[in-house]
Design a binder for this molecule. Sequence first.
Ligand code: SF4
Length: 177
Amino acid sequence: DRTERRDHAERAAPTLAVFKLASCDGCQLTLLDCEDELLALTGTVRVAHFLEASSAVRPGPYDLALVEGSITTPADAERIRAIRASARHLVTIGACATAGGIQALRDFADVDEFRRTVYARPDYIETLATSTPVSAHVDVDFELRGCPIDRRQLLEVLTAFLAGRKPDVPNHSVCFA
Ligand code: SF4
């Protein structure tokens, strides 16, 4: 019947997961800002994991994982390997995920000194001495640059991966306009 057909269509739809590492959430907000377009995509994609927008957390595997943020802790270095293993395609979004972000300024400083200065209990803080892009840890299928990312480019990337084609987005970080 109609309910069964709808359930089957939902199960057959490609799954999208969104993950956050060290970041300000601005790139995920760009995704939320695509609400109308995402609603239009709802029939063709199933949002399986997106903590910023929903409490629904379904386990992988996922067809497409979007990752915001850089790797700054040992736990996130582990986590990105698990995310990679669960995703058919992995796309990084924003300068944090593609280049390490503003938090990569730590790469040129003494992180232990920051830890002692900022936190009352520095021994509670587990952090790496560097902030690195996701691609330094796992294979990435596409990097969407920007801080924050561009809404139209994000929609192009989503549409392209769901259609099984290469995104028509310039893969450089310099604005030539
Ligand atoms: Fe925020 Fe910029 Fe990082 Fe996106 S790239 S999460 S907007 S700091």
